[in-house]
Write a protein that binds this ligand. Structure first.
Ligand code: WT7
Length: 659
């Protein structure tokens, strides 16, 4: 973000205090802050006891002696799936709807808590019959259908570990994730619906498993959804519906220790290799249950909640599956895209299910803004009482449009900052308590301690910017990077590590820039590393560069995130084509081929908006590509300081070519 846009943001002066009516009925009470401040660990222990069922109560809250490898509630034991299912049924809520699922073509399915519990028990029996038990890894590559939730919970019920891979990722990406986690089982579907068509998933799994080298995968369990034709490997492939039919409807949930791994979720870092972020059970579930209840003001008897995220992302894990189900919420689950079969599909669903709490991403809001208010205005959205935003900064214009056009001019809008690594929401207003400020994520939640530091670790005063850190451990924190403890320490804990012995203090470095305004409220300014944020999804420049150079045309590649009106950032690539290939294809042809190649290597989300074929890349004297300059070019700005370039004529040539 340029400094002029930051300044204009900080002059945003509209304020929205909570209404008395909202405050009177709000779940979150203002004393939460004081309680957490007085005794942070005691506060989290209370939340863990109040919000969850422990088969074996814990006596210890945090063990930070092996920092930065934390243990929360370590001597306690629980079953995550039991907490999300059985206990609600036992409490008499079996008839409450857990999922109102809607398929893209318009088919739908409703599952009560009793029905979902039975489905998960049968699925757990099925997975157990395939030899899955505590600690085994299961890859899940599914569309947003009830079986995705059922599969995740069945894995959790057995104390096994899921690795959900977003259905938009390619065979290659899937294979890399299967290999890294050594998954024994893959759960997929024949296909899923997207933009009016069936996209094949089973074929991508076949492709992943056909590629070189032995695989850890023993079975592929296939849900029938798209009814598209699939190839079949006898002995390995099994139909979900056939295998589950004879399964017993009862399954006893065993308790696992609080630190039993729950899932691995891969996310992009600054190198070409995605990081397997590891989350465990008791602390994670405490964090997501607490934040889901308080940030979304959940009244489980009356609310209908809808988070539009795909289960393949952390938002889908924490605020579609674990948080809402731990709290006994009724929610909407939708398979398809927002504009299929018509551009008002989301608003139609809000009207149909009388959604009261809605959580989505700024990129979606901005694309609806562009399409015009007449689309949502055709629907009755009066059931909405609270709106949430996540994934990237929400600009004040989009915030106001969201509140006015979707929220009828009266709903609070909470902007929630967090990451795959944090497990749950860290910075957000609390509805009914906080006076809202459009564009700012505002304040850390009770029990969460953050700060903004200078590069050498000094806390910045109000009115200044720096690097965002989390200063104290929190229950939903990542426990590591799968198979790579060194990278875990280097990436997050080495930058701000001071003192020795008992005085040693390590803080978690989030990779985001932030600013404290005059009131101390936080404004997120985007990543400070080579990580892009496209439509709220994290992509690594290095990963896309390595996909580009894997193509025979490419000698060298540089990728930058250029700001984009709708998607926040867009992928823009600069490539040098090998001399031997320059005659094979024109620059336009090469560019089209390379865009497709990236989509095939990583997935459609990584497809560059533009690929520019250039003769040279701007480099510093030490040979480092100057991305800042490329970003200037990609965003059509005047070039800044080029004095450290080896050859300033390079930039001249690049800009000339792009005119
Ligand atoms: C990165 C994390 C958290 C679920 C979705 C993305 C950016 C996230 C906000 C926000 C400004 C935000 C940050 C962060 N981000 N939420 N409310 N305001 N920026 O999860 O893929 O792990 O990405 O998304 O840059 O570091 P993720």
């Amino acid at each position: 973000m340029s400094s002029t846009s930051i300044d204009s943001l900080l002059h945003e002066s509209r304020r929205f205090p909570p209404s008395d009516e909202f405050t009177a009925g709000a779940v979150a009470k203002a004393d939460l802050y004081a309680r957490a401040e007085a005794d942070r660990l005691g506060f989290w222990a209370d939340q863990a006891r109040d919000l969850l069922h422990w088969h074996k109560p814990f006596t210890q809250t945090l063990d930070w002696t092996q920092a930065p490898f934390a243990k929360w509630f370590a001597d306690g034991a629980l079953n995550v799936a039991y907490n999300c299912l059985d206990r609600h049924v036992l409490a008499g809520h079996g008839d409450r709807v857990a999922l109102h699922w809607e398929g893209e073509p318009g088919d739908s399915r409703t599952l009560t808590y009793a029905e979902l519990t039975t489905e998960v028990k049968r699925a757990a029996n099925l997975l157990a019959s395939l030899g899955i038990g505590q600690g085994d890894r299961v890859a899940i590559y599914l569309p947003v259908i009830p079986e995705a939730v059922i599969a995740m919970l069945a894995v959790a019920r057995l104390g096994a570990v899921h690795s959900v891979v977003f259905g938009g990722f390619s065979s290659e990406s899937l294979r890399a994730r299967i290999d890294d986690a050594q998954a024994r089982l893959v759960i997929t579907a024949d296909g899923g619906w997207r933009k009016g068509k069936v996209f094949p998933l089973k074929a991508a799994v076949d492709g992943a498993l056909a590629s070189d080298g032995p695989t850890s995968v023993e079975h592929v369990l296939v849900v029938r959804r798209g009814e598209n034709e699939v190839a079949w490997t006898e002995g390995r492939d099994l139909w979900w519906h056939e295998e589950i039919a004879p399964m017993d409807l009862e399954h006893e949930a065993k308790a696992f220790e609080a630190e039993n791994p729950l899932f691995i979720l891969y996310t992009s870092g600054t190198t070409g290799k995605p990081k397997g972020i590891l989350h465990t059970s008791g602390g994670y579930l405490t964090h997501v249950a607490f934040t889901h209840k308080n940030v979304f003001d959940l009244h489980p008897e009356t609310d209908v909640y809808w988070c539009t995220a795909d289960v393949g992302w952390i938002t889908g894990h924490s605020y579609v599956v674990y948080g809402p189900l731990a709290n006994g919420a009724t929610q909407v689950l939708y398979e398809g895209t927002p504009d299929t079969p018509h551009p008002g599909r989301w608003w139609e669903l809000i009207e149909k299910y009388k959604v009261s709490v809605f959580y989505t991403a700024p990129t979606a809001i901005r694309s609806f803004m562009k399409a015009g208010r007449q689309i949502p205005q055709k629907f009755d959205l009066s059931s909405l009482r609270l709106l949430g935003s996540v994934g990237e900064p929400i600009n004040p214009e989009a915030w106001i449009w969201y509140r006015d056009i979707i929220g009828g001019g009266h709903t609070p809008v909470v902007d929630t900052w967090w990451q795959t690594e944090t497990g749950g929401i860290m910075i957000s207003a609390l509805p009914g308590i906080t006076t809202l400020k459009p564009g700012s994520a505002q304040v850390p939640l009770p029990g969460i301690s953050v700060d903004v530091l200078t590069d050498d670790g000094q806390s910045v005063p109000n009115g200044s910017g720096g690097l965002l850190v989390v200063t104290e451990p929190w229950p939903g924190m990542l426990r590591g990077i799968w198979g790579d403890p060194e990278r875990f320490i280097e990436t997050y804990w080495e930058k701000f590590d001071t003192g020795e012995g008992a005085e040693r203090r390590r803080m978690y470095f989030a990779g985001d820039g932030a600013r404290k305004d005059e009131d101390g409220d936080l404004w997120l300014l985007g990543r400070v590393d080579d990580v892009m944020n496209v439509s709220g999804h994290r992509l690594s420049t290095a990963e896309i560069e390595s996909a580009l150079v894997s193509h025979p045309y490419v000698a060298e590649a540089a990728v930058v995130g250029a700001s984009d009106e709708t998607t926040g950032q867009a992928v823009v690539a600069f490539v040098i084509v090998k001399a031997s290939q320059a005659e094979v294809a024109t620059a336009d042809e090469a560019s089209a081929i390379l865009r497709a190649h990236v989509a095939e290597q990583i997935g459609a989300i990584a497809r560059p908006r533009q690929v520019f074929v250039v003769n040279e890349l701007p480099k510093t004297r030490s040979g480092k590509i100057m991305r800042r300059l490329l970003r200037d070019v990609a965003e059509g700005r005047e070039l800044g300081d080029t004095t450290t370039l080896t050859d300033t004529s390079v930039m001249q040539i690049i800009t000339e070519k792009l005119k």
